[in-house]
Design a protein around this ligand. Structure first.
Ligand code: NDP
Ligand code: 8X3
Length: 253
């Protein structure tokens, strides 16, 4: 039987790679994001390369009214969501706390934390009703150890860690798995977004070592999602071999 996966932030990076991995494995794919032309391009690619069934939903995870309306608007056959990947997120800025841009703080808190909650609130009742499902929350090594100038980004990812633990307890009696995946540095559009389009600064983040690739995270989600029904990976930290924590790297500069 085909399974359905719902991925937030699938226009780029981890989300897009996860959509590709699951499409290749014959899942039905719901992809979401704000950039509608990117969503269409990803959808076209999944259909062309993997003959996948794809449904696209364009929304900003920060807008709770729109999130709820979009998810409620799913056709009945797409409402049987087996896997939810709460992936949409970002870092915005890299400032010391006393110099921080409060608009950046709002964007990170509203996206990484409140957005994840709004999507989960809309999707999880469908899983509870069917007494099956698997929720993935993409945290970060920045949600395990803080680093200089990571302040608000780290706080949102610590919160994702806490929410994942808490969701797992709330979902326990409903037979729903909750897996938090905490990646280290991976070369996606993440740094370009954090540094607001500054390509030089973005490249600097991955200099002198081999970072994770988006496919590494997609393969990890797939591994966790395909374990036997009685097995749940609760919490998983994954870094490149050249990284030991959010702070320690083995860079050859
Ligand atoms: P990318 O910038 O490549 O992808 C981010 C995705 O999130 C895009 O598809 C973007 O879509 C979506 N997104 C961002 N803001 C919103 C929003 N307000 N509403 C809807 N969608 C949104 O980064 P990554 O793939 O690297 O990041 C994915 C997740 O992984 C994030 O939560 C990030 O914090 C986390 N992470 C990343 C690491 C890294 O080093 N790359 C390491 C650890 C964790 P669109 O712009 O079209 O809306
Ligand atoms: C993103 C990776 O190293 O910038 O979560 O915290 S890092």
């Amino acid at each position: 039987m085909y399974k359905t996966i719902f991925i937030t932030g699938a226009t780029s990076g981890f989300g897009k790679a996860t959509a590709e991995k699951f499409a290749k494995e014959n899942y039905r794919i719901i992809i979401t994001g704000r950039r509608v032309e990117r969503l269409k391009a990803v959808s076209d690619e999944l259909k062309k390369n993997f003959n996948a069934e794809v449904f696209t939903l364009e929304f900003d995870v920060r807008n709770k009214v729109v999130v709820e309306a979009a998810i409620n608007s799913l056709p009945e056959k797409w409402k049987q969501v087996d896997i939810l990947v709460n992936n949409a997120g970002l870092a915005s800025g890299f400032d010391f706390i006393q110099e921080g841009n409060t608009d950046d703080w709002d964007v990170m808190i509203d996206t990484n934390l409140k957005g994840l909650l709004y999507v989960t609130r809309a999707v999880s009742p469908m899983m509870v009703e069917r007494k099956q499902g698997h929720i993935f929350n993409i945290g970060s090594t920045a949600g395990k150890v803080v680093y200089e100038r990571g302040n608000v980004y780290c706080a949102t990812k610590f919160a994702v860690d806490a929410l994942s633990q808490s969701m797992r307890i709330d979902m326990l009696k409903h037979n729903i798995k909750v897996t938090a995946i905490h990646p280290g540095a991976a070369e996606t559009e993440f740094s370009l977004v954090r540094f607001k389009g500054d390509e030089e600064k973005a490249k600097q983040a991955y200099k002198g070592y081999q970072p994770l690739a988006a496919e590494d995270i997609a393969n990890t989600v797939y591994y966790c999602a395909t374990l036997p029904p009685h097995v749940c990976i609760n919490d998983l930290v994954i870094t490149s071999t050249a990284q030991a924590s959010a702070i320690y790297f083995n860079k050859q500069l």
